[in-house]
Design a protein around this ligand. Structure first.
Ligand code: DAH
Length: 346
């Protein structure tokens, strides 16, 4: 029986090809070739008419058995190929737990903020309260209440970023002392510091930055004198730079203080003999200060006949530069990782 032999031959060929398939795509090609409508097997089925009626049943069964055998071989092979693919994937993605871990980079507090923390701690230790100011200020608080009216020549000391006629980027944290006095409901004693950023239209260079940090200090009470200011700043300097450091007050001018002083610290580099660092003077200027001007007290709601006060404003970067020996103020803002690491917790 020629056709039955043909079925067997097809089956043999199909099973052989399935066995030889290396991947799913090849397997699907074989499947389609042997079981599709136009396959040899389907053609044989169509030739049923030419089979003698007595043999038709067994012929039909032979074709069906052949189809089933091909299907069975196909699914077996499909399973095997999938298993092999998975095994290869698992092998490729194996994690070697004996490898050393990658180094994790940990962020650190910028030296600028380290110094603010340190300075704040020292003043808090002396009983100062820490206030928060605002970067965007009104002209009123930044200048007017500090005894600097619109046409005052002292406005030229600070080149201001104006937002509108009355709004500006704070040029000095001194604005915070006006806030503290105005907002003190009982008009009683004040002892506060306010760290914050200030902004001026300066060209950036080694010692200037259009953005910089200040810490403002203000003490208001009955009988507060310049001696209190000196004692407070002396203690601050010794805690910050070491017991051996001394300060001196030099007469100066600020519109919001009378008398006004500039405070110098003895040069650590040369011990006061004079060097490049202190430009040969033995002293380095660190801050401005003075007794709160009676006009300022009055405008902020305090009676200057009853109350007096002292105030100071200290540059954060200036202190950090002296403390760490940093050569360029711009380093604080450049986010150079090597710099940040260098000045870590020193
Ligand atoms: N505001 C001044 C400045 O930015 C610094 C200053 C001087 C603040 C004297 C004060 C002070 O509180 O009393 O240059």
């Amino acid at each position: 029986m020629e056709q039955a032999a043909k079925v067997e031959e097809i089956k043999g060929k199909a099973l052989g090809e399935i066995a030889g398939c290396a991947d799913e795509a090849a397997l699907i090609r074989v499947h389609n070739a042997y079981l599709a409508k136009k396959s040899e097997l389907s053609a044989l089925m169509g030739a049923m008419k030419s089979v003698p009626p007595t043999e038709r049943a067994s012929f039909g069964k032979a074709i069906n058995d052949c189809r089933k055998a091909i299907e069975a071989a196909y699914s077996e092979k499909e399973k095997a190929i999938k298993a092999a693919v998975l095994a290869r994937k698992l092998e490729a993605e194996t994690i070697d737990i004996s490898l050393p871990p990658r180094e994790r980079k940990i962020g650190h507090v910028n030296p600028y903020y380290q110094i603010i923390d340190e300075m704040t701690d020292i003043f808090v230790g002396m009983g100062f309260e820490v206030k928060e100011g605002r970067d965007v200020e009104t002209d009123h608080y930044n200048f007017e209440l500090l005894n600097v009216p619109k046409d005052h020549p002292a406005r030229d000391m600070q080149d201001t970023f104006y937002i509108t006629d009355s709004l500006l980027l704070r040029t000095q944290t001194s604005a915070a002392q006006a806030h503290a006095m105005v907002e003190k409901a009982d008009k009683g004693p004040i002892k506060m510091i306010c760290p914050g950023k200030c902004y001026r239209r300066d060209d950036d260079d080694v010692t200037h930055s259009h953005q910089f940090g200040q810490i403002e200090g203000l003490v208001v009470d009955k009988g507060v004198s310049l001696a209190d200011l000196k004692g407070t700043l002396e203690l601050f300097v010794k805690k910050m730079f070491g017991e051996k450091r001394q300060i001196r007050l030099r007469s100066s001018y600020f519109p919001f203080t009378e008398p006004s002083v500039e405070v110098d610290v003895s040069c650590a580099h040369c011990g006061g003999k004079g060097c490049d660092m202190c430009k040969g003077t033995g002293w380095i200027e660190i801050l401005g200060a003075g007794e709160v001007h009676p006009n300022v007290l009055r405008m902020c709601g305090y009676d200057p006949e009853v109350y007096s006060g002292f105030a100071f404003g200290v540059g954060v970067e200036r202190i950090a530069i002296l403390r760490y020996g940093i050569d360029d103020i711009r380093r604080f803002y450049q986010n150079d990782e090597r710099f940040l690491k260098d000045y870590l917790e020193k």
